[in-house]
Design a protein around this ligand. Sequence first.
Ligand code: ADP
Length: 405
Amino acid sequence: MASRFPQHTIMQRSDKRGEIVLVLTPIGRDASLICSLLDRAGLAGIVASDVEGLVRELREGAGAAVMTEESLRPATVAMLIEWLQQQPPWSDFPIVVLTSGGESTRGSLRRFEMSKQLGNITLLERPVRSVTLLSAVEAALRARRRQYEAKDYIAERHRSEEVLVSQAEALARSNADLQQFAYVTSHDLQEPLRNIRAFAQMLAKRYHGEFDGEALELLDFISGGAARMHALIQDLLSYSRVVNDEPRVFAPVPMGTALAWAIQNLQLSIGESQAKITHDALPDAWGDVITIVQLLQNLLANAIKYRSERPLQIHVCGRREGAECVFGIRDNGIGMAPQYHERIFGLFKRLHGKEIAGTGIGLTICRKIVERHKGRIWVESSQNIGSTFWFTLPAAPDGPSLPTP
Ligand code: ADP
């Protein structure tokens, strides 16, 4: 049974269990003396008349315990050890043990050996001065307070980690859903759109002679809208593919060869625009060649699309910088004002209306591809002078070359 001393004082002085000092002494007078000392110092003490009472109070929570050597019988120590072993890792419960003074006897040595198993103990030899006992108890309480703070800190960290993990999971789920949604809708829109385009063509063909100018103009609007929607769906599908596809196995990518592939894919528009494309010797990158060709192709296509009246010149440069390579695609096209340099990489962000066809997805795809390679992409551009699109990719350690197209 634990008896409180003096009960009302304890509850007024401390309603925090971590501040309570448990006292276990076989001699009642010792307990009273210790408790009045604690009380005078403004500390809350609870007297346990036996070890069961002590363990019960320990389970409720306590800051420290004061015990006399005589109370350390094998059964008492065994019960305390059992309780200590059940404690969480942050806990190292402090116990102040008052030993008998004078010559060591066999019994006192044995008890001393036993007490060592209790871990965090402070031995004070009797007769002990009040200030010594009080300062030992206060040090023990301070140590316990720090343990409780560590516990709160650990709990807080666990909580924030859990919140972070669940938020990341929710975000990943909603991203996956959105990507899936974008893919499915753009994929499913293709069929009805094909019908609209086909029927508009049929109408134009069959009733060409009968339609007046206004009807033909309206038909033109339908075909134009359908063509724009077709481009948008195609771009959305390629965006979904870049985002949804499992990352492919990375390999050395000879950028000169990747550039040649991109140029070959754009032969028609290069011919039409009479673009002059030059390049330096490019270093080998490390990545997924298919998406890197797509990246080069998108940037070259933009350089062609946003050309000025001047004869178009495009130059591709590249250099190795430590573990990465930096590439640049420079054009002498229309360029853009500084306030748009960041914005143009956002989805559907365009600086033009219908006068230049486009969907505002191309650069978002480029950014995704570069990010999948843990690289960066940015633009340096001046209006009416031209733009250079820069991007980084990991450098290849040493790579075999790809076949030239
Ligand atoms: P789109 O070309 O379909 O509009 P992009 O995402 O490829 O979409 O490009 C976004 C915008 O960035 C374009 O609308 C254009 O205004 C601007 N832009 C891209 N490349 C260039 C370039 N080489 N020169 C000037 N402006 C460019």
